[in-house]
Design a protein around this ligand. Structure first.
Ligand code: AMP
Length: 213
């Protein structure tokens, strides 16, 4: 199974991709996570990506296509994978098509996380991630038992630098201009399912699971 999760920042793609990856036993490939890992490792790629991420802009297509092309050759991607936050431009979608064709593979489903923009800022500014295990929380909707401390591993919870209100505004603008056109790109292929991402996360999970099965 090769699935693409498409949706605005804060629509819940990452949370659901984690759960569905565990459910189906296939990896979640998040280009955002890969880029943040490169930044944390202090690589040349990470240094270049950081300037774009900090400004809420997209990292150039060639960079993310290179990351994905390399990653999907790994053994754990053989049974399939969930693409979370990639592709984000029509150029990336075309590049992905070419990569999959040359590997004699094809996409099974695109899940569109549809949500009203007005709720996204609150979702994003309250988001916290464990620096040790990556578990995700929300200060209002899913708080940890002890503020700032991960329930699962005791690690400290961090707020992403690009989850500030100024950068969120830019990311939303970028989403509307560069990523939303993908809805037309994929709806023409008849492999897209739209999910109401404003529902309770368990309901969203069930609907995405049934779309993928
Ligand atoms: P995310 O964690 O998916 O919200 O991504 C965080 C940031 O990483 C984005 O705002 C972009 O700057 C960058 N990024 C992640 N995925 C991509 C992508 N597919 N194409 C370009 N930039 C990306």
């Amino acid at each position: 199974m090769i699935a693409v999760f498409l949706g605005a920042p804060g629509s819940g793609k990452g949370t659901q991709a984690k759960r569905l990856s565990a459910r189906f036993g296939i990896p979640q490939l998040s280009t955002g996570d890969m880029l943040r890992a490169s930044i944390a490792a202090g690589t040349e790629l990470g240094r270049k990506a950081k300037t774009f991420i900090d400004e809420g802009q997209l990292v150039p297509d060639g960079v993310v296509l290179g990351l994905i092309q390399e990653r999907i050759q790994s053994e754990d991607c053989k049974p399939g994978f969930i693409l979370d936050g990639f592709p984000r431009t029509v150029g990336q979608a075309e590049g992905l098509d070419a990569i999959l064709k040359s590997a004699h593979r094809s996409m099974s489903r695109v899940v569109l996380f549809s949500i009203d923009e007005s709720v996204l800022a609150e979702r994003l500014t309250g988001r916290r991630t464990c620096g040790s295990c990556g578990a995700m929380y929300h200060v209002k909707f899913q708080p940890s038992r002890e503020p700032g401390v991960c329930d699962a591993c005791g690690g400290s919870l961090n707020q992403r630098a690009d989850d500030s209100i100024e950068v969120i505004r830019k990311r939303m603008d970028v989403f509307r201009k560069q990523t939303q056109p993908l809805e037309d790109f994929y709806s023409g292929l008849c492999i897209m399912t739209s999910i109401d991402a404003s529902q309770d996360p368990d309901r969203v999970f069930e609907q995405v699971r049934s779309a993928l099965e």
